[in-house]
Ligand binder design. Sequence first.
Ligand SMILES: Nc1ncnc2c1ncn2[C@@H]1O[C@H](COP(=O)(O)OP(=O)(O)OP(=O)(O)O)[C@@H](O)[C@H]1O
Ligand SMILES: [Mg+2]
Length: 365
Amino acid sequence: MTRVSLQNIDRHYGALHALRDVSFEVEDGEFVVLLGPSGCGKSTLLSSIAGLDPLQGGQILFDDQDVSRLEPAQRNIGMVFQSYALYPSMKVRSNLSFGLESQRMSRAKIDERVGWAAQLLQIEPLLDRRPAALSGGQRQRVAIGRALVRDTDLFLFDEPLSNLDAKLRTEMRVEIKALHKRLGATFIYVTHDQVEAMTLATRIAVMNGGRLEQYDTPETVYERPASTFVASFIGAPPMNLLPARVVRGDGGAVAEVQGARLPIPSGIAAQVEGEVTLGVRCEALTVMPAGSGGPEAFTGSVVVTEPLGADTLVWVEVGEHRLCARIPPRDARSLPGEVALAPASGALSFFHPESGQRIPGEAEA
Ligand SMILES: Nc1ncnc2c1ncn2[C@@H]1O[C@H](COP(=O)(O)OP(=O)(O)OP(=O)(O)O)[C@@H](O)[C@H]1O
Ligand SMILES: [Mg+2]
């Protein structure tokens, strides 16, 4: 089994600081997803774990062994590259066995490993074809197969599904999850697709500009984002964010925004002054006729509705802000032009207006 410990990882490319003091632990058998926008350092971090990119600062441990200075081959990792990197002149069978031959594994053992991976990934009928004669999804499987044949329990994936169409992507996502369950191995998986991250991960490492923004379960990252960056990166549509004025009165502090007055829990009120950024997920907003939502509701006009099938998104202009609510399709049929949006109780997130950092409530602190 393999536990991976990343400690204060740093990487510069000339003046560019690609990884900044990144630290987190991946437990045995976890499925950790590295998520973040293009250029945030995901591939660089994965290459550092594989040993393909030299470390400039920090340490990497597999279980309790420091592997920071080991060559890639000595780290014994199965890796799937974004580009697949299959050898075009070799048949699928040789693409799968190539790495093992250079490891000096016996012929019988190689055949056994290749047969096992081919069966698992259902590519047995393709073994005698060359990559050019395969579909994108089939190439994808071969690339995964080439990682799987290695006798290891640490696998690294760099955006393995990014070249596939939406349908195949969804199918492969399910297969990769099933594969992880079946192998019980440790997976570290790069994507910039937040649906993949939410559905696959035991924990998500959200990265931004070479830094780790948050490392937690998908549920926590979604419901309690550590920053406005995470709040607006995770979720489709992202979390609604609104600047509000903090007003203190006899009944405690409230956040005032566009006529709505939302109570600020006392633990949070003690940490804010002047302004605060409010966050609320679209499914936590109830849409009602204007005037009926009470003092805690935002009032605005419906700009557009987007039917998604299972539910409908309602976009509402509240002052200069645009908020999104997710409602059942039948409720969207007879929407008035002016509506009130009432947040569910306890559904608000609070962020510092300048740093964008989450202000933790009492239960979270
Ligand atoms: N070999 C290199 N030389 C110089 N700069 C590099 C090199 N490799 C990566 N970078 C830079 O380091 C930063 C992080 O790159 P990286 O490839 O890790 O991003 P990424 O998160 O994987 O992005 P993407 O989602 O686009 O694949 C980027 O700004 C990139 O331009
Ligand atoms: Mg990348």
